[in-house]
Design a protein around this ligand. Structure first.
Ligand SMILES: [Fe+2]
Length: 335
């Protein structure tokens, strides 16, 4: 167990703004999120799980403006309210209610720590079926009918924070929210390219990562992508075909990640904010032994290479310098 200020329970929601709410809502409906509530200021979206809304859409400059984690108790909110720069505990005047503390992380992202939000009733998840694979004959009769349409998003799962100094940002989340390193990818110069971190729930198994701390090629700070669990592989592929049929921009996938093990599929909203569908993640607990991998030797299990739109959020001279560094090292290593 870490000696963090608190150990958060789960990623609760993201606040995302877009200049055109109608266009943004259409994308999210095609992506598979459902509207749970509307107010004058915001549209609240949910997955099929009973969690409170996991996506709050507001009008504004396109991007993720805030990320929220759920705390175990009101006492934990009081604890986190004492860290440097944190607000007092305040009421959340929103459909799910609850209380929150707001604070900025070292890269300037607003972080909310929430407690006491009301759960929703679960809604119908993706059709389930067993498999006749690996020598097993578990599925009798016909497949359930998959209707063409959006994936069934269950819940928000993780996000990636990118910056010029991911290790310092990780340390803040470790110290205050209890996130722990699961695995890491390193650049040819030994610096951290990506540190995957999970919730610290002791013996309980949790997703391989809840936050990825990534080195940004342009060394800018942002939420690089937000990721949502869908029902299963058929559900992910059904949603892939649906988004493709609507002319949406696929920026990476379908593939299966080496670190985390998920089947992934990444899509950009109309302003380039990347939204991921995933299914079948690795689960780890306190017995996990973190690994460090060299980026030059790391390949996903299967799937295409990421598109430039996935890897590069914004072009500047630092991108050219950082990409050239990796390519030169790759040439030298003969890979
Ligand atoms: Fe992801």
């Amino acid at each position: 167990m870490s000696e963090s200020t608190i150990r958060v329970k789960r990623l609760a929601y993201v606040r995302v703004s877009a200049p055109d709410l109608t266009k943004a809502e259409t994308f999210l409906e095609e992506f598979g999120l459902r509207v749970a509530a509307r107010t004058e200021e915001a549209i609240y979206f949910r997955g099929t799980d009973p969690d409170p809304p996991c996506y709050v859409l507001t009008r504004g400059h396109a991007g993720v403006t805030s990320i929220a984690f759920e705390a175990d108790s009101a006492a934990d909110l009081e604890r986190i309210a004492k860290i440097e720069g944190a607000s007092a505990v305040g009421k959340l005047d929103e459909p799910a209610g609850g209380q929150a503390v707001r604070v900025r992380d070292p890269q300037g992202m607003q972080v909310e720590i929430v407690h006491g939000q009301s759960a929703l009733e679960p809604i119908a998840a993706a059709p389930f079926h067993a498999f006749n694979m690996d020598g097993y004959r578990h599925r009798e009769g016909r497949l359930p009918a998959f209707r063409p349409g959006p994936s069934h998003v269950r819940r928000i799962g993780h996000l990636v924070l990118e910056s010029g100094d991911p290790v310092s940002v990780y340390r803040w989340y470790h110290e205050h929210l209890g996130l722990r390193k699961t695995d890491e990818v390193q650049l040819p110069n030994g610096a951290t390219q990506m540190r995957f971190a999970r919730l610290d729930r002791g013996p309980e198994y949790v997703d391989h990562h809840v936050v990825g701390f990534q080195f940004a090629l342009d060394e800018g700070a942002r939420v690089q992508h937000i990721a949502f669990e869908v029902g299963n592989f058929d559900d992910l592929m059904t949603g892939h075909e649906h988004l493709k049929s609507r002319g949406r921009k696929n920026v990476w996938g379908v593939g299966r990640h080496r670190l985390g093990g998920q089947i992934f599929d990444y899509w950009a909203n109309p302003w380039g904010v990347i939204h991921e569908h995933w299914t079948d993640t690795d689960l780890v607990n306190q017995d996990h032994v973190p690994t460090d991998s060299d980026i030059l030797g790391l390949r996903d299990y299967w799937g295409p290479a990421p598109s430039p739109a996935f890897a590069i959020a914004r072009w500047n001279w630092k991108v050219v310098r950082n990409v050239a560094g990796v390519l030169l090292a790759r040439m030298r290593a003969g890979r």
